[in-house]
Design a protein around this ligand. Sequence first.
Ligand code: G1P
Length: 293
Amino acid sequence: MKVRKAVIPAAGFGTRFLPATKSQPKEMLPIVDTPTIQYVVKECVDSGITDILMVIGKSKRAIEEHFYRNFELEDELREKGKTDLLAEIESISNLANIHFVWQKELNGLGDAVMYGRSFVGNEPFALLLGDTLLGTNDELGRPVTKQMIEICSEHGESVVALEEVDWDKVERYGIGGGEEVGDGIFKLDQLVEKPSRDDAPSNLAIAGRYVFIPEIFDYLESQTPGKNGEIQLTDAMARMMSDRSIYGLRFDGKRYDIGNKLDFLKTNIEFGLKRPDTGPALAEFINEIANDL
Ligand code: G1P
């Protein structure tokens, strides 16, 4: 089963990051010098995906511009002989076929995903949240989405990425419960959106990556509002589970939630330290200020 298409919802207000997100998308917040959503697109491309639909909304135009060509900028870089930068800028618009659709009103993740129905058609597809990066320790260097596509191909069923979180944080996430059937692979029998600690079937949180069979749209279409009065994707998945299996992959790696201030700062420091152009000077600076604390 080949997965060629992905949907990236990126319409949310980014209220956890105001005022920065009043007029600019949280998905464009940079990790050092690269917008978060560019990493997400790269994860798609590295997972074999060729066509991407981004579900956007008001104040998200910068995302569209980022993935289209900027001829004036290209001319300027060419004239100045900045060939490396030119090649990098040109490559952004060649990453994949990227399409955009506006979500008419912010009515939950499930509603945003529904906008992908005609784009996806009758194929399996990946769903990646535009404000979340997943780093992986995979020996083969496969992105988490690629690992999930492989599980989907093997079983012909949907797969969701899971991350173990502290028990006092389960109420912030969709939570899955089930039996471990392989190394880090779960066959799920429960999915609950933002449960209380007492109601949570486990501390395995849905981590912003999904691979779905197209049947999910049938369940989304008839989904009634859930938590916060919104159409919740997790609720539609829970209903689909009575007819079809859903697998969970507890991925070996780390989640970076860019829509959250502290994680954003930590991610920038971690990525900045790993880069040869910024790492050594940043490490020196951190040591310097840490001594003053
Ligand atoms: C959404 C999903 C939730 C998932 C989370 C991951 O929630 O509804 O199931 O665990 O993303 O970031 P949100 O963060 O949009 O409230």
